[in-house]
Design a protein around this ligand. Structure first.
Ligand code: SF4
Length: 449
């Protein structure tokens, strides 16, 4: 292992999704193992890692401001660009003078060779998942991201992920269970299992090599899927919650719904990206399901677990999206009564199939459609939240601020706890019973019960 002098410092800037946040935790763990120390000031760090996101133009645009500014104020810093944009030729051309190291995510284990200017990077074929073996420096003491895989095989026509991260690779169940066991042992209360498409998870298990504290013992060598993995993690002793994302509507099986229903530690929150409520647009997006299939799936989930909150993603203004087609998405929002949605205005992404389509919905129209969906969402989310008033719910307290505690309940809703004298007991990181007294569109308020 290459060791560096103690005074070397690093700073990481993370843009984008949970997966990027988790990757940044692994990069931090990796750099600290090399002897680097965290420096919260990017303008005086020796090494600045920018973990980029290419999913939306707005996230991409941010790096064109951030990176030249760092290079100007801190010219001695080595700048590493990783994440979605690290393979994009046009980005490389634009930031050629500013970035020192271009590092595709799967090559994180090779960073030490580039920092020391020894360019004999080993040709490691398993590196696509190998970087997930790096020990994370978790940024929270309560809730941890645990990646179960990386990459995507789906090639939705608007999405850069399959090009940026490559095809799907999954971590062995043994590694995942051991990471979760260790986290629970040291007091973590929430485990977030993450991958681009958790529903496609698979891993081979051989009994005699797999000894864990999990009550669910594997008796033979067999392949397990995501339902099996959830069962294994659910059976680990301890008081903790399990969350997961992201699911794909084409892959969410009846078996998985049944397992979630039966696993008490799995949170009652399903994030299921719809993207559109119109069949023609879904086809152009290469999503491989229809609006009818999506609706049926949500109804099935709600029948099995009526207390589940459902959140989604939607894109407005996809090339060629007519008013009528958008109205189908608006109808889907009304009918599904989502609890939360991440609505984005379509922007063409280089290298994707949709880049070749005519981006013919105007910016103003995209904005209008976004606002329209947000209006419906606020209404349905508030209607859903009103049902909590008077209920006693379990809250995982995440922190305190301006004289109140805040946290989340099992359905993923945020709760503020009012009228509580802070400092009497430190409740951060604990499960607390709370009576809900007020609701808003995207949050609840309550008092300690
Ligand atoms: S499922 Fe589609 S949107 Fe999600 S990461 Fe894969 S290609 Fe991208």
């Amino acid at each position: 292992m290459v060791r560096f002098m103690k005074h070397k410092t690093y700073n990481i800037i993370t843009l984008g999704c949970q997966m990027n946040k988790s990757d940044s935790e692994r990069i931090a763990g990796y750099l600290e193992n090399l002897g680097y120390k965290l420096n919260n000031d990017r303008y005086s760090s020796d090494l600045v890692v920018v973990n980029t996101c290419g999913v939306r133009q707005s996230a991409e645009d941010r790096i064109y401001g951030i990176i030249p500014r760092i290079k100007k104020k801190n010219p001695k810093a080595k700048i590493v660009l990783t994440g979605c944009l690290s393979n994009r030729e046009d980005v490389k051309k634009r930031l050629k003078e500013k970035v020192d190291i271009w590092l595709p995510t799967v090559q994180i284990p090779n960073l030490k060779y580039q920092i020391t200017n020894k360019f004999q990077i080993p040709n490691n074929k398993s590196q696509s998942c190998g970087y997930l073996k790096i020990k994370s420096k978790y940024s929270s003491m309560i809730s941890a991201f645990v990646p179960i895989g990386n990459g995507c095989n789906n090639f939705c026509s608007y999405c850069v992920v399959p090009m940026a991260r490559g095809g799907e690779v999954y971590r062995p169940a043994k590694d995942i269970v051991q990471e979760v066991e260790n986290l629970v042992k040291i007091g973590y209360k929430e485990i977030n299992l993450i991958a681009q498409n958790v529903n496609s998870y698979k891993s081979q298990i051989t009994n005699n090599k797999f000894q864990t504290n999990s009550k669910l013992q594997i008796t033979n060598s067999k392949q397990i899927n995501f339902s099996g993995l959830l069962q294994m993690i659910n059976s680990i002793s301890g008081n903790f919650w399990i969350r997961f994302s992201t699911s794909h509507p084409k892959d969410m099986s009846d078996e998985l719904i049944k397992i979630i229903t039966n696993c008490k530690k799995v949170c009652r929150h399903i994030h299921l990206p719809a993207q559109s409520g119109d069949n023609e647009i879904l086809k152009k997006m290469n999503r491989n399901y229809t609006a009818g299939h999506y609706k049926k799936l949500i109804k099935k989930i709600r029948r099995a677990m009526p207390d589940t909150s459902i959140t989604t993603d939607a894109i407005v203004g996809f090339p060629g999206e007519t008013r009528e087609q958008f109205n189908n998405t608006a109808e889907l929002f009304k009918e599904m009564k989502f609890d939360m949605a991440y609505v984005s205005k379509y922007s063409p992404r280089p290298g994707t199939a949709a880049e070749n389509l005519d981006d013919n919905v105007s910016r103003e129209e995209k904005k209008k459609r976004e606002e329209n969906l947000m209006r419906i969402l606020r209404k349905t989310a508030w209607e859903n939240n009103k049902q909590y008033i008077g209920e006693i719910v379990e809250v995982l307290i995440e922190g305190e601020k301006n004289n109140f505690y805040f946290g989340k309940i099992k359905t993923g809703k945020s709760v503020r706890i009012m009228n509580y004298e802070l400092g009497i007991r430190n409740l951060v990181g604990k499960f607390v019973k709370v009576k809900i007294i007020k609701s808003r569109d995207f949050g609840l308020e309550g008092e300690i019960a």
